[in-house]
Design a protein around this ligand. Sequence first.
Ligand code: GCU
Length: 418
Amino acid sequence: STSSLFAQKVPAPNYDESKIPEFKLPDPFVRVDGTKVSPRKWHEERREEIMEIFGKEMYGIAPPGPKVLESELINQDENALNGKAVREEVDITLANGEPPLKMRMLIYRPKGEKNVPVFLTLNFGGNHSINADPAITLNKNWMRNRSDRGYVDHKATERTRGTAASRWPVEMIVDRGYALATIYYGDIDPDFDDGFQNGVHPHYYAKGQKKPRPDEWGSIAAWAWGLSRGLDYFETTKDIDAERVAVMGHSRLGKTSLWAGANDERFALVISNNSGCGGAALNRRRIGESVTRINTSFPHWFCDNFLKYNHNEDALPVDQHLLVASIAPRPVYIASAVEDTWADPKGEFLSAKYADPVYRALGTDGLGGEAPPEEQPEVDQPLKTGTIGYHVRSGKHDVTDFDWTQYLDFADLHLKNK
Ligand code: GCU
C-alpha cells in the first residue's frame, strides 16, 4: 500500500535536538559563486539571486497576472457586525476562458472609512467558515474532507458555517481600524495532487503544455499568486489602501504568505503563523517535518526541482532565513506555537534571527534592540518592537486571539500612522 511505501522511503521524524546533524547555513552576504556582497547592494547583488533560487528550485515560478483585472461586487451589507462594518463579497477573475476562473473575496471593513489598511489572508474552509453570518456565500468548490466539521464528500455543507470563527476575530480587527479580506485558497488551486489539471495552472499553460515544468509554480506559488491578484484588486478601490496590505497566513498558508510577501514587494507587511517546513523553519535542521516528508505527503505544493533536496538539504543553495531576509526592509512577523513541534518552533525563530543582519544592513532595527537575542524568547513573550516580530505562544498549532493581538500591535507600529 502507499502507506508502507512512505514508511520505507521517509524515516520517522526526529524530535531530538541532539540528533540534528551539523550544518552550515548559506551566508546572506555571500553569493553562490563565493563573492562577497556589499550590504548596501543586497537587493541587486544578493536578493535577486536568492529569489531566483527559491523560484526555480523550491516554489516554482508563476506567470505574470492578467493585464487588466476584472472584478465584480457580488453582495454587500452596510450594517454588518451590528452596524460597525461593511461586509461585501467580490469576485476577482484570475483567468479568462470558458468558463473564466474566479476567486471570491470576503471583506469586512470599518464603516464610514476610506483607504483603510487591510489584513489579506487565505482560508482553509471557505469564506463562510470564518463567520456564522448566513449571508456569506457557501463555497461549493472542492474542500478537504473533515467530517467532524461538516465537510461531506469534499463539499462544504450549511453545517460548516462559522466553524473556523475562533481563528478569525473579525470584530477585534475592525474595532482596531483594519479591514479583513479573505479568500478560499481552493478557489485558486484545489489542495490535492491531480497533476495540475484543475485550478489556475492549466489556464496558463503554453500551447500543448500538460503540466508545469520542473521550475514552474506548484500550489503554494499559485496561492501566493492569487494573493497578489487580491492586492491588484485593492489598487482598483478607494475603500482599501493598497499600500498598507498585511499578508497573513497560517500553516501551509503561512508558507504561502511568506512566499507571496517575498515575491511581491507591494505587500507592506508579512505575517507567518506556524508556517513550519517550507515556511519559516530552517530546512537544514531536519527536525519535525522534513523536506523529504513534505515532498512525499504534498507533492503538489512545491515545484518538481525541489525533489532534488530529499535527504539532501545541504545541497539547497538557500535556506528559509534567506526567504525572510528577502522581505527586508519591510516588516515581517513570525509566530510559533510551543506544542507545534512538527513545525519546529525553534527553527522558525532561527530564521528570524539569521535574517536579522540583513534587516540591520538595510537600515532597520531587525528584531529590535542593539543585537538580536541569542536565544528563542520565552513562551508568550512577544518581540514586537522591531521590524522583525516573533513570538512563541503556549498551546498548539492554531491561530488564536493572542496571535492576532500581536499582529494588530505590530501593524499599528508599522502601518497605522502612515
Ligand atoms: C500538515 C503539513 C504542514 C502544514 C500543515 C497545515 O501538517 O505537514 O506542512 O503546515 O499540514 O497546513 O495545516
